[in-house]
Ligand binder design. Structure first.
Ligand code: XUL
Length: 516
């Protein structure tokens, strides 16, 4: 049987998953942690610490070394000669700057030398800004001003001009190092850079990842001339093509065939960003399904039925890499995720068991006791609060009703999520809940109640790499995303939780609005 390989170049590590698409099984997995395996790059957590003025960069040669280590490890675990389709995903927004030697160098890789040795001299910017960078506030303002305001940038590109996005990063480079910018022949995202290396040819950028640049127009899915002009001179020529998600960008290059035993003519489907890839890996690339990841911060993402952007400018729209006909996905991030849940738990001196009991003991709606559970400044919505806002009984407001405080926090989180995702015009039938807190039944029940949708827990540990492998298989082997979902997700799904009816969450939302 033929296998499909999915790669995931994330912030702290580079991972790979080989699947047997017909059997619905994972054949082999490998992962290389940058900090542990490549300490010489001085990036213990995958980025160079202590950057100036909010800069967070990484050395792209580290990603190349990791790719070599990863594939060597994978080749020991499975016969890469059986891999018949490859795709991948990268941490979103990060960018790689290459000079005029790049095109020739990537096409003529010599198996006796390392990738980093051969491609390092092609870098016109020594290090790559990544998504954690916060150095471009001024450039964001300049881009927004040139377009006539945040609303216009958001309507065109799916997001307001935002620090970590690639366009503002490019502008900062062009301003700070005009010679370096002039010497740049090609700017890649992490995803398209690695796809290019794998194919030995300059690869395009997928719409899912491309929409994280503040440069792609989400209505025609092509580079927006006004955004390009507002960002940096001559930028159009430095960008690769923006491609539909099922585009094959080349075949695995001889360098990889010789070293790791890949076969001839193995097609590589355009790489995408990690969040778009996770949408596919979680089995949520068709509208009606929503993924809510409960982590340090909470993330909400979903396939969108239409292409609209957030009028409040808090959310993001990316291309949906599970839908070649041009669909979109939304992504909304909530800073106060586990941060808030833990803050409430600690303040009340509870463990998680007591926390769950508190939820079970209190009625949905919490007898009108409401919390806006922002313990730190929030971005959805943008609120600069120093602590949670409470409204209800006097004892509740003074934290003397522990169980009610717990329910108010969790209801507040999901009611806020429901309010901030309304712009997406979704009609969720099922919510795939994932991440640390998702295993808690009482929390899952609140999610089901607030959204009026079934909640399904899915434990997909490598959803980004799985999404990449599924896209590869759907793109080049005889199968579809829907068939792959059926094969991979039925075993991974736990007990579903159904919503209870008759709870007035609109009243809670109104009470929260009044507090903000
Ligand atoms: C999304 C974002 C991060 C990165 C790294 O907008 O910045 O999720 O994709 O994972």
């Amino acid at each position: 049987m033929s296998y499909a390989l999915g790669l995931d170049a994330s912030t702290q590590s580079c991972s790979a998953l080989v699947i047997d698409p017909t059997a619905g099984t994972v054949v082999a997995e490998a992962s290389v942690n940058f900090g542990e395996r490549l300490p010489a790059y001085g990036a213990p957590s995958g980025f160079i610490p202590d950057g100036r003025g909010g800069e967070v960069h990484a050395d792209p040669r580290m990603w190349l070394d990791a790719l070599e280590l990863l594939l060597a490890e994978l080749a020991e675990k499975c016969d890469l000669g059986r891999v018949a389709a490859v795709s991948g995903a990268g941490q979103q927004h990060g960018s790689v700057y290459l000079n005029q030697d790049w095109h020739d160098a990537v096409a003529a890789l010599d198996p006796s030398r390392s990738l980093a040795d051969q491609l390092g001299p092609c870098l016109s910017r020594a290090t790559s800004p990544i998504w954690m960078d916060g150095s471009t506030r001024e450039e964001c303002r300049e881009i927004a001003d040139a377009l006539g305001g945040d609303a216009e940038v958001c309507a065109r590109s799916g997001s307001v001009a935002i620090e970590r996005f690639t366009g503002p990063q490019i502008r900062r480079f062009a301003k700070l190092d005009p010679d370096g910018y002039a010497a740049t022949a090609r700017i890649h995202l992490v995803s398209s850079f690695l796809a290019s290396v794998l194919c030995g040819a300059d690869a395009g950028i997928d719409r899912g990842d491309g929409a994280g640049m503040n440069l792609l127009n989400i209505h025609d899915w092509d580079w927006d001339p006004d955004l390009l002009e507002a960002t940096a001179p001559g930028l159009r020529d430095k960008l690769p093509a923006a491609l539909a998600c099922d585009t094959v960008v080349g075949c695995v290059a001889p360098w990889f065939r010789q070293k790791f035993g890949f076969g001839a003519e193995v097609p590589v489907t355009v790489f995408t960003g990690d969040n778009p890839s996770s949408l596919v890996g979680m089995g949520a690339s068709r509208p009606g399904r929503v993924v809510v990841s409960l982590g340090t911060s909470d993330t909400f993402f979903a396939a969108m039925p239409g292409v609209v952007s957030d009028p409040d400018g808090c959310g993001h729209v990316f291309g949906n890499p599970g839908n070649p006909s041009g669909g979109a996905m939304s992504l909304q991030c909530f800073i106060n995720g586990s941060l808030a849940r833990e803050a409430v738990r600690d303040r009340l001196g509870m463990d998680w068991e007591a926390f769950s009991r508190a939820l079970e003991e209190t009625p949905p709606g919490n007898d009108g006791n409401v919390m806006v559970p922002f313990f730190r400044a929030e971005i959805s919505p943008r609120v600069d609060t120093g602590g949670p806002l409470m409204h209800g009984d006097e004892d509740f407001e003074d934290w003397r009703q522990p169980a009610r405080a717990v329910r108010a926090c969790i209801e507040g989180q999901f009611v806020n999520m429901r309010a901030r995702s309304r712009w997406m015009k979704l009609a969720p039938e099922v919510i795939y809940l994932t991440g640390g807190a998702s295993t808690n039944d009482a929390i899952a029940q609140v999610a089901a109640d607030v959204f009026g949708a079934r909640v399904q827990r899915l434990e997909i540990s490598s959803s980004v790499a799985l999404g990449a492998a599924m896209r590869a298989a759907a793109g080049s082997l005889d199968t579809t995303i829907a068939e792959l979902e059926a094969a991979f997700h039925s075993q991974a799904a736990g007990k579903a939780i159904t919503p209870r009816e008759g709870i007035d969450y609109d009243a809670i939302e109104a009470a929260m609005d009044a507090l903000l």
